[in-house]
Design a protein around this ligand. Structure first.
Ligand SMILES: C[S@@+](CC[C@H](N)C(=O)[O-])C[C@H]1O[C@@H](n2cnc3c(N)ncnc32)[C@H](O)[C@@H]1O
Length: 241
């Protein structure tokens, strides 16, 4: 078996359909969301496919191997993971998520186009130096120790591999949050889904905070301009060669 196929073998061995690595059954409000809200959150986010397709384009623009291995950390209902599998069908794609009910949605979305692991960002059941790209969207606010998780991301990325953080901007103006609330209500979001999103801003990080964590973790971070007017931002970082 050549070296490239061996890399993919390692993944297939570790991810036969849903692999559960959490020993405790997830309780209702663990990971920042309860089971009732999960369904409403998933349905609401399905109204914004363009957000996921734009991010999938960005993932695609950073792939430079013919069969890249890509991990989506905190994939939730798998909307981004599915968009990446449409955009890069030849890739080996893994979605990682700890919350049981999110996993059920992701499994439905997957249609076997990506593998699924039930695990947390702080303990990735993946070999060292394996992945080409890691992407994570709006999940970092819920990581108990983001600096430790960033060490894990660094460990599993291959040298030269990229991590893409799509994050809520903690610096976003409080006044504008009222407009987001209004927008969500008009687009049919229920109270608990709006609260989930607003709470995430309380837990979120600013771009300088995230940048510092990535640099401290050993990454080379690409420059990006973020202002108080941006409700979200994207930071891309590379593991040095
Ligand atoms: C706001 S949702 C975003 C879901 C998805 N990335 C999206 O953009 O549609 C945050 C996700 O992070 C997951 N999460 C929470 N704690 C986590 C952890 N420690 N490690 C990985 N994912 C986690 C939650 O279960 C949830 O699915």
């Amino acid at each position: 078996m050549n070296k490239k196929n061996k890399r993919h073998e390692q993944i297939y061995f570790t991810t036969p359909h849903i692999i559960s690595l959490l020993t405790n059954v997830t309780t209702s409000n663990q990971y920042g969301i309860n089971n009732d809200t999960v369904e409403r959150f998933a349905r609401y986010m399905e109204k914004y496919p363009e957000l996921y397709h734009q991010l999938a384009d960005q993932v695609s623009s950073l792939t430079n191997s013919d069969k890249p291995i890509i991990l989506d950390v905190g994939m939730g209902p798998g909307l981004l993971t599915a968009a990446i599998s449409q955009k890069i069908p030849q890739a080996v794609i893994i979605g990682l998520e700890p919350q049981e009910k999110m996993l059920h949605f992701a499994q439905r979305k997957s249609k076997k186009s990506f593998s699924i692991i039930q695990a947390e960002s702080g303990k990735l059941p993946i070999s060292n130096n394996l992945l080409d790209i890691i992407v994570t969207r709006f999940s970092i606010p819920y990581w108990p120790d983001p600096s430790e998780s960033i060490k894990e991301l660094f460990r599993v990325l291959r040298p030269g591999g990229h991590v893409i953080f799509n994050a809520l901007n903690k610096d976003y103006s409080r006044l504008s949050l009222i407009l987001i609330k209004l927008h969500m209500a008009i687009r049919g979001a229920q109270g608990d889904v709006i609260r989930y999103h607003m709470d995430a801003y309380t837990l979120a990080y600013t771009e300088p905070q995230l940048r510092t964590m990535l640099v401290t973790g050993g990454f080379i971070v690409s420059p990006v301009a973020v202002s108080k007017k941006d409700w979200q931002f994207i930071l891309t970082a590379q593991k040095p060669l």
